[in-house]
Ligand binder design. Structure first.
Ligand SMILES: Nc1ncnc2c1ncn2[C@@H]1O[C@H](COP(=O)(O)OP(=O)(O)O)[C@@H](O)[C@H]1O
Ligand SMILES: [Mg+2]
Length: 239
């Protein structure tokens, strides 16, 4: 495994609110990494730093040059006036890709995400699960090296979330991309991830309280005793 991103003593403040405190970790190429922790502990801020949308106040981020990074949002962030096809093709169009190439690429993505029957619909005509598939499609069409997701399944119902998790795993395995996902669900992190970074909002300690390596074999049975043992273990780290 090679390391593609390194954070060393990374600190980020908003005025006197120290949101990221001495954050140290690496991201390995091809891994599925999750960030968990209570609301307000800085998970989204950390993603924004990794994406290059926010600057650190102290410390250092080293990132492999020319890595392509895309983000999937919690609330889908689709363009309501565009169709599914147009939402997914938007980024490629902005890059000036020729129309035939866009059509071919988007058609592949529509099939990958089981959206081909919905390509001419607008977001308001879609279920939450379909909207998030479009969100995934819009990110994947850019062929990212790292796919960032910020609580991607928290705006859909539990059944839909289960399908989407399965889909995300399939995509990760097939495309061999690196995934960095924020979630507040420990079960979700353990079901999907190779490693889980546990964060705290306690200002008297470093932001990261644990970097957990998940040894459970894949595919994972989220009803097995071994699975719950891991969930219990991480729960104790958060308290
Ligand atoms: N642009 C900003 N300006 C000021 N404060 C911010 C900004 N973004 C986030 N914060 C603050 O940083 C803290 C962490 O926020 P966030 O990263 O969104 O946490 P999480 O995603 O873990 O819920 C919160 O206290 C939030 O109010
Ligand atoms: Mg957040």
């Amino acid at each position: 495994m090679s390391i593609i991103v390194t954070l060393e003593k990374a600190n980020k403040y908003f005025d006197d609110n120290s949101v990221l405190r001495d954050v140290n970790f690496d991201i390995e190429k091809g891994e599925f990494l999750s960030l968990v922790g209570p609301s307000g502990c800085g998970k989204s801020t950390l993603l924004r730093v990794l994406l290059g949308f926010e600057k650190l106040d102290h410390g250092k981020m080293t990132i492999e040059p020319n890595l392509k990074k895309t983000l999937v949002f919690q609330n889908f962030a689709l363009f309501p006036w565009l169709t599914v096809f147009e939402n997914i093709s938007f980024g490629l169009k902005m890059q000036g890709m020729p129309k035939v190439d866009i059509d071919r690429k988007v058609t592949d993505i529509l099939h990958e995400l089981d959206l081909h029957g919905a390509q001419n619909l607008h977001p308001k005509e879609l279920s939450g699960g379909m909207k998030q598939r479009v969100g995934l499609g819009r990110a994947l069409v850019m062929d990212p090296d790292i796919l960032f997701l910020d609580e991607p399944f928290s705006a859909v119902d539990a059944f839909t979330a289960r399908d989407l998790r399965q889909k995300l795993l399939e995509i990760w395995e097939k495309r061999k991309i690196t995934v960095v996902m924020v979630t507040h669900l420990i079960e979700e992190a353990i079901e999907l991830s190779d490693r889980v970074i546990v964060m705290s909002s306690d200002k008297n300690q470093d932001s990261i309280v644990e970097i957990y390596t998940n040894k459970l074999a894949r595919p994972r049975d989220n009803r097995s005793k071994e699975f719950f043992n891991e969930v219990d273990f991480l729960e104790t780290k958060i308290k």
